[in-house]
Design a protein around this ligand. Sequence first.
Ligand SMILES: [Zn+2]
Length: 446
Amino acid sequence: MADNKRFLLENATTLVTMNGAREVLRDGWVAARDGLVTAVGHGPVPVFVDGILAQDHQRFDATGCVVLPGLVNTHHHLYQTRTRAWRGAVDSELFPWLRTLYPVWAQLDNEDFHRAAVVGCQELLRSGCTLTTDHHYLFPRAASPELLDITIEAARKTGIRFHPTRGSMSRSQKDGGLPPDDVVQDADTILADCERVIGKWHDPQPGALVRIALAPCSPFSVDPDLMRRTAELARHHGVRLHTHLAETRDENDYCRQIYGSRPLDFLESVGWTGPDVWLAHGIWFDDDEIARLGRAGTGIAHCPTSNMRLGSGICRVRDLRRAGCPVGLAVDGSASNDSSNLLAELRQALLLHRVLGGAAAMTVQEVLEMATLDGARCLGRDDVGAIEPGKACDLAVFDLEAIGYDGADDPVAALVLCHPEPARATIVGGCVAYDRDGGGIGWLGR
Ligand SMILES: [Zn+2]
């Protein structure tokens, strides 16, 4: 009888390991126990794998498929799934877009947050994403003060690996910030809830399914005191730090007016750069700032669709990577994407940078690195992002027989260059979290 702690994917036409040698195996197989990979190989599966009969594993037949390490999404706002293509904000840049949407978001309730988390995570799984973060900075009066728990419970039901961030906003319009007064919280309330969710949910162990990070929203919605105290709390508990930075020129103007400096100067002044920090967007950095970020080892979540949708600008991805910053990919919130398809984001990143710098400006291999290994580095994980023994068994399985890939020559390039097709299946910790051909929990998770 099959052991439900043992998993074996076999017959993969192409297995992209992203291991140190970047091996790509034909007729590949992957075995796992308790969610971690025990062996990887190609050709016929041995009779015994990791000490037990191959036939006693839960087996998944990947005939005709390309298998990648599960994709890593480094920035999202799941709640925005309730406000896609919002009338009045479809043709706006960031600041007017936010001013239109803040009052709408202030009306969301517990049911909205639950549904949005399930929908967003299901969409991500369907696109081959196995690990997502969620920058949750909105705590409306009408919703539970323990709102993060609602999104975590919803995300867990979908089977995705989840890194929610306890976000925050403390500077409202009356203090010169952008958000209205009724969507911000005071620093003591915020920090007490940060400490609560770390204690309740954060799992520092390898293979963890839930990890918490702390994430004040942006320079125009927080104050320096909250930034400093959040960094102290995060470092005390060994959790990571995340925020939006250098997304638009409006933000540069705001920082000059309020702080008398540029966004990165502000961030450094509150003790926020380092290898335990990753930043969403990072578009408007100059050469000196890129060098400083590289020396600090700070990560960047590159969100090409959102940046194009809001007309924010183009992140200097190659310069940041060359300087030493891990740069991951991200869908960003669904009010500025307006979907949660991470495979589509690989294609967007490749195309966007080729518009700017020619066909050599971004390669298929680079976007794959960003979507796997570098995304994992942004989130502080050395146990995901590649298919090799000891790492989590997180796999994205794509069917080359899907109509959109028909006629493709290079099976790996096809996933990036062709219009994205839904995954055949998505495996998280050796469990099938999404199966195109059946199973799963249904799109609302109940
Ligand atoms: Zn964002």
